[in-house]
Ligand binder design. Sequence first.
Ligand SMILES: [Zn+2]
Length: 458
Amino acid sequence: MAPQRIVIENCAVATVDARDTEYASGHLVIAGDRIESVGAGRAPGDLDGVVRRIDATGHLLTPGLVNTHHHFYQWITRGLATDHNLFDWLVALYPTWARIDEDMVHAAAQGSLAMMARGGVTLAMDHHYVYPRGCGDLTGAIVRAARETGVRFTLARGSMDRGESDGGLPPDFAVESIDGALAATEAAIDEHHDDSFGAMTQVAVAPCSPFSVTTELLRQGAELARRKGVRLHTHGSETVEEEKFCHELFGMGPTDYFESTGWLGEDVWMAHCVHMNDSDIAAFARTGTGVAHCPSSNARLAAGIARVPDMLAAGIPVGLGVDGTASNESGELHTELRNALLVNRLGPHRERALTARQALRLGTYGGARVLGRAGQTGSLEPGKLADLVLWRLDTLAHASIADPVAALVLGAAAPVTASFVGGRQIVADGRLLHADEDAIARSTREQAQRLARIAGRA
Ligand SMILES: [Zn+2]
């Protein structure tokens, strides 16, 4: 039996394939969960099994956006410590974060996922590293929220084991034991990781950062990931304070420290990488280590400007991340396309730093590459998963912008008319189809207030 087909036509198409192929007016055919064809003009009129034909006049069709760094639980601690740098901000928030439980994390994950999905994200990730004693099944709650929203998902099972008494930044009551963290990470992989083509859930091993985990947890975490065949994720080279911390404790900078613990490689991606010298960039390029660039968070916490143009020139895989919403507040990825371009043009490469098309590539194919899914998603090509977004560009905000890709990247946040994950529509006219946004908004507010009460802030 022929697969069910959905035809999208009469729209601009940015495929983000290797040659950046675009069509001013083109079409795409979805067959089952895959892209069957994409090209100029209208789709053939004699296709079998067409269940839906979408006239997408006035729209731009792109691959779905990919978010490569986030902390969902922070959705319920937004708007706090808004004028702090990273270390001061962490110290201000750890005591609150140490009181999270399963209900709070489920609501926060729903809020984070809903905000991303309605803004065109089709592949999301969550780096969760706070597991207070007696908090319940946080991993299960996060994976459940992703299923409810309908996005493809990577859970980076995080951990912290270097409390204040070991010279770390988090208070002792917020950290796990090394054996407990490794056992729970392995259990999360066994229960949730799927390595098949088109997997909806994958798991990565993700100790939090050099200043909150021990060298031994980094080493053993890398061994665990390689034994299980999953990816590795952590924070790296985010601030000058972290660089100073590494020199004082380990006698070397963060990149050399990561290399000494087995944390550079094609299966690793790191958030931020703001403070990288030429030899750090060469080490990432040599080993194929990926980067999650988080321009809004880096600006909000005054961390600095990552050297994205130099990373791209060196061949480093780079994707975009919103980072946790306690250091971003918005939690939307499509605005990060614009911020990546703007922030990098404030750096030394000025107007040549990034083009609008490079920004779109970072947010799609680049993200799929750092999550290890570039063969399956991230561009509009026959055989890939039908993860794609129709952006409406014929309203007041965008109708007079000459170039549709520039309209998407530089213009106001464009409305999402439709978003598909594996051929299944998850957003229609800017609203989620499989989750109730108003109910999620209410429960995130309730859980935020409950956490503030329990943590003694209200
Ligand atoms: Zn982060």
